[in-house]
Every structure is written in C-alpha cells, then in structure tokens.
Design a binder for this molecule. Structure first.
Ligand SMILES: [Zn+2]
Length: 175
C-alpha cells in the first residue's frame, strides 16, 4: 500500500471526483451526492467507472437497480474483521447498496450477485477496481482499487469496535 501513503483522519491525499450521475445516500436517499472524495491517484479511474456504468445502463435503470445507492468511500477506520487499515481509509474503496449486499451475505442472497449487475462489476474491474463479492463472495457492496487481499475471515472472528472518535457510517462497516 506504499503507493497510497499513510492513511490519516484529515485525508490530505483525497481529491474530489465529480460524478457523471448523482448517487443517493443509502440511509438518506433524498440526499444526493454529486461528487465524492477519493485518493487523488484514483479520481480518474473512479470517474471512468461511473461513466461506463451510465453508458451501459442509463439513469433510469441505474436507479431502478439501486446502483446509485451510496454507502461511503473515504472512512478513516480499520477493517471490521482484521486489524489492518481498511482501503476506505485511503479513499480507494467504495460501498454501494449496502442494505442488500451485507458483509456476510454471499451470492445466494446478495443483490449484486444477480446477473443484471455483471456489467457494473465489469466496469469497476475494467479500471482496476475489484469486487469483493466476485472475488471472495462476501461484502458484495464493496469495490476497491488494486489487488484484493486474500482474506478468508473466520465466522468466529469477533468484529472489532471502532476506535473512539472515529466515524462509522452506516453501511461501511466491512473491509
Ligand atoms: Zn467497503
């Protein structure tokens, strides 16, 4: 992760990405997100991913499928199942539609495992952002830059509480 530097609360390494279509905050869907902050090395790729998604689906289908339900990008925190920094801490991960793609939900129930979402996952992967759902069959909400870590969390691993003072957004609680 040397490429991205050290994560910090302030996130000096973040830059805004203007999205080609607005996202809806998953837990407050009347709130629209027209730009978000991610690591400055990934702004171009993230913009390209969402442009590809828009080109493939169009705005109405995006909304109908819930692809626009935003669950968080930058979040200064460690992973829920591992004592390592989450890629959200660098702003190189994004969660979408968290309610229907939970951390421990596998392909039999995850919304994004359905075939109509394959083109969305392809768009992420075409620009080097991988789907934990497709790769590990967990946390289908989560897409991240780079190579997915070979993690197989044990079902008995306790979920670590967030350190005091660290914001925990609803929906962004996994990797
Ligand atoms: Zn995530």
């Amino acid at each position: 992760m040397a490429r991205y530097g050290r994560p910090s609360q302030r996130g000096d390494y973040l830059s805004p990405v203007v999205l080609p279509f607005p996202l809806r905050v998953a837990w407050a869907p009347k709130t629209l997100v027209r730009s978000l902050r991610c690591h400055h090395l990934e702004t171009g790729r993230l913009a390209a991913i969402f442009a590809d998604i828009l080109a493939h689906y169009g705005p109405a289908r995006i909304r109908e499928l819930g692809i626009d339900l935003f669950g968080g990008c930058f979040s200064y925190r460690r992973m829920a199942l591992h004592n390592a920094w989450s890629r959200h801490a660098w702003g190189i991960a994004i969660d979408l539609d968290p309610d229907r793609n939970g951390l421990r939900v596998d392909h039999t129930r995850a919304q994004f495992a359905r075939p109509e979402y394959a083109a969305m996952i392809d768009a992420f992967e075409a620009h080097g952002w991988l789907s934990l759902g497709r790769r590990l069959d967990l946390d289908w909400m989560h897409f991240e830059a780079g190579h997915v870590m070979p993690v197989r969390p044990a079902a008995t691993t306790p979920v670590r509480p967030a350190p005091p003072g660290v914001e925990r957004r609803p929906g962004s609680f996994g990797f």
